[in-house]
Design a protein around this ligand. Structure first.
Ligand code: ADP
Ligand code: MG
Length: 353
């Protein structure tokens, strides 16, 4: 496996609407993907994910910056010579060819001995679970099976780098969950370096070694899934990944004060004593009780979602909070309008830098 290193990468397009204007799609991106890791580019539509991936594949030329695979600079290397394979949302499989012929399509261009070609194809059909349907035509396959053909066709080329652009967007929710586990297991088994584009934060968290959160062409944070969730670097990251309550506070003696109550911090902030800060408090990091707690609150909305109850509360003197209570089937819901108490978990309080 090979590292992918990106340095100072920029892409500017001339605007399709007014040619004298430019769209800065990717701005000053620096990123290292370690060999064998799966790194996800996560962000809302239009934030530059596809453009970044296409520059790595070689389909788009950077305005400035370097793309390295290992210690080889790739900028001037043609896409078909980069040892990178891309899997798309629209599977780009040929409807008139069988599964087998789709899978070996790229291999045929390499003029391998027939026995080698067959051996490689058999192995990939096996590990993608397509052996039994290798003679079918693609229109006799389900969406998930078609996506596996696209995957098989990419990995049969034994690329050093695998690139995925929202490969599961066309599948229904249940199948998306199964397929993302399959993709992750296969990537780890083969030990291929992979970049994976998605706008789905759960998908990103479930399959990634690290997540790159992008916004407006800029990388806002790079971190392990738990890091971007528990220690978001910006308000955007906190808001985009999961749900967040933003709570105003003040730094006091290394801890924080919220509405007159003092809390210690598990991770001290480097902001000076007395400064006003914004804290991120996740909905599941608040305990809720009918009898006692740190702050009093009124229930504005209560929703039973099975594994959790989701409350919208008006916390006295602070404002609205979302609070999730797990296993609500045991205790039932606090009704709209009822008075209750909430206690934030100190260990989960995170001061935005
Ligand atoms: P994402 O994949 O995150 O949805 P894209 O990389 O497709 O975002 O697009 C990033 C920005 O670059 C958008 O504003 C988009 O309109 C613009 N863009 C992408 N491709 C082109 C192009 N070929 N010409 C002009 N603008 C483009
Ligand atoms: Mg895209």
């Amino acid at each position: 496996a090979e590292a992918v290193v990106i340095r100072g990468l920029n892409k500017q397009f001339s605007s399709p609407d007014s040619p004298d204007r430019t769209v800065h799609a990717v701005r000053d991106v620096n990123l290292t993907v370690e060999p064998g890791q799966l790194v996800t580019l996560l962000g809302p539509s239009g934030c530059g994910k596809t453009t970044l991936l296409r520059m790595i594949a070689g389909f788009e030329e950077p305005t400035s910056g370097d793309i390295m695979f290992g210690d080889r600079r790739m900028n001037d290397v043609a896409p078909n010579r980069r040892d990178a394979a891309m899997v798309f949302q629209s599977y780009a499989i040929f409807p008139h060819l069988s599964v087998y012929e789709n899978v070996v399509f790229g291999l045929r261009l390499k003029s391998l001995p027939a026995a080698d070609l067959k051996a490689k194809a058999d192995r990939i059909l096996e590990i993608t679970g397509l052996t039994a349907m290798q003679n079918r035509s693609p229109n006799q396959l389900s969406g998930g099976q078609q996506q596996r053909v696209a995957l098989a066709r990419a990995i049969v080329m034994e690329p050093k780098v695998l690139l995925f652009d929202e490969p599961l967007s066309n599948l229904d929710a249940k199948l998306r969950e199964t397929m993302r586990v399959e993709i992750r297991e296969l990537q780890q088994r083969l030990g291929i370096t992979a970049l994976y584009v998605t706008h789905d934060q759960i998908e990103a968290m479930s399959i990634s070694d690290r997540i790159v959160v992008m916004n407006g062409g800029v990388v806002e944070q790079v971190g392990a899934p738990w890091e971007v969730y528990a220690r978001p670097a910006t308000r955007f990251v906190a808001d985009f990944i999961g749900k967040a309550n933003f709570v105003p506070g003040k730094v006091v003696d290394g801890g924080v004060e919220i509405a007159g109550q003092k809390f210690s911090l598990a991770h001290p902030t480097d902001q000076p004593n007395g400064s006003d800060v914004e804290l991120v408090l996740r909905p599941e990091a608040v305990a809720l009780s009918a009898d006692s707690g740190v702050f009093a609150a009124t229930v504005k909305r209560a929703m039973f979602l099975g594994n959790v109850a989701e409350y919208l509360l008006e916390v006295d003197g602070i404002g609205e909070w979302l609070v999730d209570v797990s296993n609500p089937g045991e205790v039932g819901l606090h009704e709209r309008g009822s008075r209750i108490f909430v206690s934030p978990s100190q260990a989960s309080l995170h001061v935005l830098p």
